[in-house]
Write a protein that binds this ligand. Sequence first.
Ligand code: B12
Ligand code: SF4
Length: 484
Amino acid sequence: MRVCLATPPFYSPVPDEPLSLPLGPAYLGAALLAAGVEVRIIDGALETVTRLSANRYLYGLSPDRLAQAILQTQPDLIGLSCPFTTRYSLFRQTVQSLRQVAPKIPIIAGGIHPTLFPQQVLEQDGVDMVVIGEGEKTLAELIRRYGELNRLEAEGLDGVVWLSDDRTTVVPKRNYVQNLDELPLPALELMPVERYLARSGGRWASRRLRSLPLLTSRACPGRCSFCSSRAVQGPIWRAHSAERVLLEIERLVKDYHPALIAFEDDRLTWQRERLMAICKGIVERRPAVRWHTPNGVHVADLDEELLIWMKKSGCASLNLAIESGDDYILHKVIGKKATRRQALDAAAACRRLGIAANGYFVVGMPGETEQSLLNTYDLCMELQLDGLGVFIATPFPGTRLFADCVKKGYIEPNSVFDKIASADDTALLNSALFETPTLKAERLIWWKQKIERDFIRQLYRRKPALKWKRAAANLARKLRVWYD
Ligand code: B12
Ligand code: SF4
């Protein structure tokens, strides 16, 4: 039995976005290999970058070419992932192309968007089955049964959606893998890791460094209104043991020599003792690698002792997910259990210990006002960070923020869904998809730009050498783009 796991390409407004290795297919591939299945993985976003217009680029193969590439692997079954809602339009086109060239090969869809909208993906896009949520065990079992029965049979499985006799059957996801150590190490041997390493630099501390992602846990007990974590990974935080994480780090260093590991967990810091054990284990074993947290860490989980061990174990930078400097927005609107004081303490401790601290903020939530933005501005300046990401609130379908915006009449659900489903991601971050009675969109953009501009001025005043270093790096980047 041969299975091809594939991921669609994506649009971007810039030609030189870094790419990171997708762990979903790597975990799935490992589970299938362990079940004796022959697996091919095609990341449709990896191949080429095609300029479509002045600020629209296609990363990877066109849907037609991706379908051809999948077909060339001669699969008995295709597992197609849609890892973000922003890739949904290209995912749909890939399914259509596949249906034209290979109408008889079953297609199972999975990943974040099909998890959020399984019925829609099944009924409108013509896939044969959708797997909701983490798919290692379910996909392996479906394939085992397919080998035996020569048909897709989901009876008794959970987190599966299929169509029979024109009726859709939805069995919601209930069982998540509780002991993550049961899962084999992600099957990086099925992926062109060197190519990811060559294109990985550029996100935060990874500038021009060879970096690889690693997940030490899944899910988050939090319920922030803009976040899809709970919907995709379930409500219960689950983790690999410290020992398994150390093994995985050693494997990455030994086999691929990354300079940096990106912990991409939703809540790396949730169980303090486990993280301490990971840090102490790294200090003991001394793998030649540093690490950072581009997905953000929760400031309420941090304390000085933990930060000391993080630093000792090679933490290059922490991205602090602070979100807002306004208590009403942070607690009542976003619903994040953290405080201004915790953000200030974490940033000050990072400064003392020599860990670069970057801050993530989200502006333009319902209820945002000139005053709440001023509070965020003040906090940004007071934190004295090393880097800053100010994102405009995006109501991703399936989140509480989306439902709230619909309820309040701020968005028309179908049109926002369509915009996000065919978006180029960075452009999405820079535009306001809704405005509220308390704040006009142009004021929101003005505030975002002011926070970013004044932050950079402050940063260069604090670290004058950085100004010249960044100017040189930007020039080099532009030259690279021009010459390419
Ligand atoms: C790492 C990460 C990234 C990396 C992606 C690296 C990569 N190449 O995949 C980067 C930094 C590039 C990134 C970017 C973005 N991200 Co992001 N990212 C994540 C993060 C933190 C982890 C993803 C991950 O690796 N998970 C671990 C693996 C094991 O899980 P998985 O991929 O979901 O795969 C499992 C299942 O889904 C399923 N499955 C997957 N595919 C298939 C296929 C089949 C056939 C089957 C059966 C099952 C199956 O089985 C897998 C194994 O269990 C998630 C948070 C999260 N909890 O998911 C956010 C998340 C996916 N990102 C999100 C967003 C919004 C974005 C951006 C749009 C942000 C932005 N505005 O720019 C961009 C889009 C990028 C793009 N170009 O398309 C949202 C997605 C919401 C949505 N509805 O789309 C999430 C959920 C964050 C959140 N908290 O809300 N991201
Ligand atoms: S703390 Fe982070 S991962 Fe958890 S719900 Fe909030 S935004 Fe999502």
